[in-house]
Design a protein around this ligand. Structure first.
Ligand SMILES: NC(=O)C1=CN([C@@H]2O[C@H](COP(=O)(O)OP(=O)(O)OC[C@H]3O[C@@H](n4cnc5c(N)ncnc54)[C@H](OP(=O)(O)O)[C@@H]3O)[C@@H](O)[C@H]2O)C=CC1
Ligand SMILES: O=C(CO)COP(=O)(O)O
Length: 330
């Protein structure tokens, strides 16, 4: 596998990944849909719209023409929001090399089809190797050259291992997995629980409540993902437990910040991207259809749809019938 990398999406995460790879010697092209923003990034070496105060790798290349950006790329990182990933992927199909490997770095579930990001890529690129990169990784940390670890999952462990060998560096340690479904569901579902954690924080319910919610949220994440075919080991790893701990504990998470704004009763206009808002409804539907007990996810969904308020949600959650702590039992 060769290592000419193209990153599609010049928001926080796409820029961070592109800069990380370029800073570690890779030939990287970053594509964004906004020509003016891209040209500003080229001129200043910064992306202040999404990564304020960060100086990007000097060797990073910027390209606004999508066809040009993917031509000759060995590895294509898809880093636009989850609901736009399929449309972006479809546009590049005729222009990519037959050997190109496509990696989803988005965390969500396609609202139109109910597919994970990996399933979207498998459908659109049936003749290509596809993978998912996910785990505890705030863009601002990665762009600021702080270390973290993520999982890269593909159907074949060998593919995942090869990608880990290419993309790992002194600040990014990649672990291989053959459970792409589990990695996708871990990354998507933790966002809904991060909103719940943010609500707890914003409503000043205390550190004990936050720990209890994160733990019981993890039980719900596992119940849903296991029912959909994920492996337990995956969910206990970086893209399940790891990312849940990160995003349920820091206002640097946009999902957590979104929840905190709800908890405080603040205006939600002009909030940054919070993928969990869209995932909440899909996750609640999946849980209901599969007869899975997911009270926190149901509560977040009802709060977001405006059918209950925070006080009612808390009261209802605390008044539920007592039960076994078991994860698998409904
Ligand atoms: N930020 C983080 O720390 C991490 C994010 N992720 C995931 O990465 C994905 C992207 O997030 P992130 O980069 O943070 O989001 P941002 O909101 O920071 O950036 C989104 C980027 O996507 C662009 N975009 C939006 N819609 C489209 C479209 N229809 N076609 C092409 N480009 C589009 C935006 O362009 P424009 O500026 O023109 O609107 C912007 O450049 C999400 O799924 C997120 O969960 C994963 C790990 C870490
Ligand atoms: O997924 C992330 C870190 O791993 C980023 O979380 P937010 O999208 O909530 O900011």
């Amino acid at each position: 596998m060769s290592d000419k990398i193209t990153v599609l999406g010049s928001g926080a995460w796409g820029t961070a990944l592109a800069s990380n790879q370029a800073a570690n010697g890779k030939s990287v092209t970053l594509w964004g849909r906004d020509a003016a923003q891209l040209s500003l990034m080229r001129d200043t070496g910064r992306n202040d719209k999404y990564l304020s105060g960060i100086q990007l790798a000097e060797t990073l290349n910027y390209e606004h023409d999508l066809q040009e950006a993917v031509r000759g790329a060995d590895i294509i990182l898809m880093v636009t929001p989850a609901q736009t990933l399929a449309a972006t992927a479809e546009k590049i199909v005729p222009h990519i090399r037959s050997s190109a490997v496509i990696i989803s770095c988005a965390k969500g579930i396609d609202q139109t089809t109910g597919e994970t990001m990996g399933q979207v890529l498998h459908r659109i690129f049936p003749n290509h190797q596809v993978a998912t990169l996910s785990g505890p990784s705030f863009a601002i940390d990665v762009a600021g050259n702080l270390p973290t670890a993520v999982t890269i999952a593909a159907d074949e462990t060998e593919t995942a291992l090869s990608l880990c060998a290419i993309l790992s560096n002194k600040n990014l340690r990649c672990y291989a997995s053959n459970d792409q479904l589990g990695v996708d569901y871990g990354g998507a579902l933790k966002n809904v629980l991060a909103i719940a954690a943010g609500i707890v924080h914003g409503r000043a319910l205390g550190a004990s409540a936050l720990a209890a919610l994160t733990t019981r949220g993890f039980a719900e994440l596992q119940r849903i993902a296991l029912a959909l075919g994920a492996q337990s080991e995956t969910l206990n790893g970086l893209s399940g437990f790891g990312d849940l701990v990160l995003t349920c504990g820091s206002e640097k998470s946009r999902n957590f910040a979104y929840g905190a704004a709800i908890g405080r009763g603040s205006d939600l206009a002009n909030m940054k991207l919070a993928e969990g808002v869209k995932t909440a409804r899909i996750a609640a539907d999946i849980a209901r259809e599969n007869n899975i007990d997911a009270p926190l996810i149901f509560a977040v969904n009802e709060l977001l749809s405006g059918s209950i308020n925070v006080d009612t949600a808390i009261a209802q959650l605390m008044a539920r019938p007592l039960k076994s702590e078991s994860i698998t039992r409904r």
